[in-house]
Ligand binder design. Structure first.
Ligand SMILES: [Zn+2]
Length: 164
């Protein structure tokens, strides 16, 4: 088995925990995931992380149909879209979502000096909560762009200084 990004065969394993507690042991992380990550979150379990380039993949791949159903429900679905955008504009996010953005920012800060960041591109941004978290730490003139097909987020991006 080789890394799909760089062909290395040197891996370590870790529990995927929605980027919230990466510093914990595997046992603690698994307990945390079982206790806090909602059961409808399908991305959980062991991840093979390439020791050479850092690329990671779930050890047990999910069927494409299940992934499509998840994204339709969590991101592309139209049933509660207006409410989700309204909540985001008001700054109402779940604690899980906020913790995830914070941990993603901390992860980036392990490799990059936040004050040196001049631009951010968040791909598949949705509510762009990572960009909003980074806005608090990056240089004041840093720019924030998203690649997001969902037109419904435009007023929210405009309100928060994010360009699509
Ligand atoms: Zn690799």
């Amino acid at each position: 088995m080789t890394c799909t990004a760089c062909s290395s065969n040197d891996f370590r394993k870790k529990i995927y925990d929605h980027h919230q507690v990466n510093y914990r042991t595997e046992t603690e992380s698994k307990a945390f995931v079982d206790k806090t990550v909602p059961h409808n979150y399908i991305f959980k379990g062991l991840v093979r992380v390439c020791s050479t380039c850092g690329h990671g993949e779930l050890e047990t791949a999910l069927p494409p149909q299940k992934v499509a159903e998840y994204y339709d429900r969590a991101f592309w679905g139209k049933s509660n879209l207006t409410q989700r955008v309204d909540d985001a504009i008001k700054g109402n996010f779940s604690l899980t979502h906020l913790a995830r953005a914070k941990r993603q920012r901390e992860f980036i800060a392990e490799y990059v000096n936040m004050a040196d960041i001049k631009s951010i591109l968040e791909i598949g941004a949705g509510d762009a909560l990572l960009s909003r978290e980074l806005q608090l730490y990056c240089a004041p003139k840093a720019t924030f762009d998203v690649c997001e097909p969902g037109e419904h987020w435009l007023p929210y991006y405009k309100k928060n200084g994010i360009v699509r």
